[in-house]
Design a binder for this molecule. Structure first.
Ligand code: GDD
Ligand code: MN
Length: 410
């Protein structure tokens, strides 16, 4: 046990999520450090001492006394922050932040960068899934780049035993990103990576406002990144604890892309409003499922009209589309349609809506077959994913085409 007491926890910045131009001047340091590495943690008490031991061993040889490690813990129930703090006497270059009011991986990283003293800022997962030794190649790459990303999708990269579903979701998210925000997501081969280094000057002074897990999106979208380097790495299997990734992170990822796509022009209010509009659109879609089912029963069930299935399904879908249009026109997009009065404009909106939904039904069947027959997903999970993706398609296209904000009376 060391004779020195554990160092104090770091004060948490409460200002905007903005990295200062010059590192926090601190009494103990005349020169800024070369490198600050943030380790965001949530319930990593079983991993934290091992990763700190590996990182210090590696960096003490590569850049002795010129680096610091900052653990940013979100008040983990397993007290990861306390385990890390008790290791500070053993690792003088380690500092610990315990957040109790804010939560979230991306903001944890930025809060760490805000108190960091290095000219190069980095992030690595605290669960040993990111091999520490790759840091040396990333630091090397930073000699001529503003951003060096550890990528699973280039030479030397890969994931260990990921399930086909996890591989599909990760790749699917990337494809969606390329569709929504090619200028950002298209700049790197692994936009989902949470293991990278960035030059302070490339992001300093820029207010960031990330969502969820994908801090790299925020850096690419808001930073002044000229030169990007990539280093291949194999994403390791977790040995202790479990991933905190849930569906919420996937939704956050899509919202994050949409926000970056707007270039931040959408104010927080409108952002909330768009989300509200999307949730209404989803609810209306759900009501359409019930209408579709009820109509299918009334038309095709042997105890009712007993019509043919295909004819019944086509009619049922059309009645559901009309139901959805009426609700969307009145409720979801009411603020826009109320400024597009007259039956002619309404009919135009309905025809566009109808066409988009019919394409959506076709896409739904296509995706369902791809997910079920090609990827071997469970049919109901496949259908749910297909419906979710097509709902996004329907919402976005209808917002852009059927209820186009530009097409309103002044
Ligand atoms: N402070 C803080 N707050 N840390 C968090 C939080 C949080 O809310 N959620 C997760 N972490 C920490 C975890 O403790 C871990 O060190 C790291 O962030 C990654 O979290 P995981 O839950 O292990 O994510 P994963 O293994 O599924 O990895 C995916 O996300 C990572 C982060 O973006 C993959 O996409 C990785 O490539 C990526 O690095
Ligand atoms: Mn992990």
């Amino acid at each position: 046990m060391s004779a020195f007491p554990p160092s104090k926890l770091l004060a948490i910045p409460t200002s905007d999520l903005c990295v200062p131009e010059s590192p926090e001047s601190s009494a103990t340091l005349s020169e800024p450090l070369a490198f600050s590495l943030i380790i965001p943690t949530y319930n990593e008490a079983q991993n934290i001492s091992r990763i700190l031991q590996q990182l210090t061993h590696l960096l003490d040889q590569a850049i002795p006394l010129a680096y610091e490690l900052i653990v940013v813990d979100d008040d983990s129930p397993d007290q990861t922050w306390k385990v890390a703090q008790q290791l500070t006497p053993q690792y003088p270059q380690l500092r610990v932040m315990r957040r109790q009011t804010e939560r979230g991986l991306s903001t944890a990283v930025i809060r760490g960068w805000q108190v960091a003293r290095g000219k190069i800022l980095g992030v690595i997962d605290g669960d040993l899934q990111h091999p520490p030794e790759v840091l040396l190649q990333l630091l090397q790459a930073m000699q001529s780049a503003d951003l060096a990303v550890a990528s699973r999708h280039i030479e030397g990269g890969g994931v260990s035993e990921w399930s086909p579903v996890r591989r599909f979701l990760s790749r699917g998210a990337q494809v969606l990103g390329l569709l929504i925000l090619p200028s950002v997501v298209g700049r790197v081969s692994d936009p989902m990576s949470g293991y990278f280094l960035v030059r302070r000057s490339a992001i300093a002074g820029r207010i960031m406002n990330p969502l969820g897990y994908k801090i790299l999106l925020e850096v690419l979208g808001r930073g002044q990144i000229q030169q990007v380097a990539e280093v291949g790495y194999v994403f390791q299997e977790r040995k202790q604890g479990e991933s905190k990734v849930t569906w919420r992170q996937y939704l956050d990822y899509l919202l994050h892309l949409a926000k970056l796509r707007s270039g931040g022009r959408i104010t927080r209010l409108r952002q909330k409003y768009q989300l509200q509009r999307f949730l209404r659109f989803g609810l209306v879609g759900l009501s359409g499922v019930f209408v579709d089912m009820a109509m299918l029963y009334l038309l095709s069930d042997p105890t009712t009209l007993d019509w043919g299935l295909t004819r019944s399904k086509i009619l049922a879908s059309e009645v559901a589309v009309i139901n959805n249009f009426l609700w969307n026109d009145r409720w979801t997009f009411g603020d826009i349609s109320s400024r597009q009065s007259g039956w002619r404009k309404r009919l135009k909106r309905f025809l566009k809506f109808n066409a988009i939904c019919l394409v959506g039904i076709f896409l739904n069947v296509l995706l369902l077959n791809l997910l079920f027959n090609q990827l071997g997903l469970n049919r109901y999970l496949a259908n749910l994913m297909a419906i979710a993706l097509v709902t996004l398609w329907n919402f976005w296209l209808n917002l852009k085409l059927s209820w186009r904000v530009t097409d309103v009376e002044p």
